[in-house]
Design a protein around this ligand. Structure first.
Ligand SMILES: [Zn+2]
Length: 247
């Protein structure tokens, strides 16, 4: 790997590099990686804070929306002064102040079938910060075609789910959900739920890039915040999946 770590980077990331399987080598891998966060909302804001702080070299934030007051209970890169501003731009600006060693790019655009290839072409990992299934399936298809890991999470109220899709190694989103679920446009959500799942998504991204641990491949982790319980469900690849069965 032809990247090096400066004195300030060694100091900044020192505590995570203390992990035996991490070290300088792991940190250099992070520095050489690009993470694309699709959606700068309840999941995408906290996820991108931890991704930026951890030192992933390039972060791309994709969101075409602007912050509204009703977003501020959970979309924590949107502050009062940002109401009316582009989510991706306001978020990227703050992340640049958190960590100027990394590159943060805001893409004020809606991810569609037409631009998904261009948006994800350099991604080493894609983080699902979406609130709709239609876009998630566009991302899933592109990630399967290009074998890009895709870390899916979804939340509702005090409930949430997360799984890591590594095309060819475990089920893709279409294996898990052969029928696209019905879209729910406005659902209850306190900020603590997406922030928990964003942390888990970043944990998965770190493990994948640094290269240790067991990712949630073929497993869905479910959380019930009312009972404070986590459950893991095994999931298989679908032999007739139209997207990934050939892999
Ligand atoms: Zn599949």
């Amino acid at each position: 790997m032809n990247v090096s770590l400066s004195e300030s980077e060694l100091e900044r990331y020192g505590r995570q590099m203390m992990l035996p399987k991490w070290g300088k080598r792991g940190q250099k891998k992070l520095k050489s990686s690009e993470v694309v966060v699709v959606g700068t909302g309840g999941l995408g804001c906290p996820a991108s804070i931890y991704l930026a702080a951890a030192g992933f070299g390039r972060l791309v934030l994709i969101d075409k929306e602007r912050f509204e007051l009703s977003n501020l209970n959970r979309q924590i890169l949107g502050w009062q002064k940002d109401v009316g501003r582009s989510k991706a731009e306001a978020a990227a600006e703050k992340l640049g102040e958190l960590n100027s060693e990394i590159e943060v790019k805001a893409r004020v655009i809606e991810l569609t079938e037409n631009n998904v290839h261009e948006l994800l072409q350099n991604a080493d990992v894609v983080i699902d910060g979406m609130d709709n299934w239609r876009t998630r399936f566009i991302i899933n298809k592109e990630c399967v075609e290009n074998k890009i890991p895709f870390i899916h999470a979804g939340i509702f109220g005090l409930y949430g789910q997360i799984t890591t899709i590594i095309p060819g190694k475990g089920p893709c989103l279409r294996c898990i959900l052969p029928e696209t679920p019905k879209e729910i446009t406005r659902f209850p959500v306190p900020g603590a739920t997406p922030s928990l799942f964003a942390s888990l998504q970043v944990m998965e991204a770190l493990k994948l890039i640094v290269g240790f641990g067991e990712p949630l491949v073929g497993r869905m982790l479910l959380f019930d915040g009312e009972r404070m319980s986590f459950t893991t469900v095994k999931m298989e690849r679908h032999s007739e999946c139209p997207l990934c069965s050939h892999l």
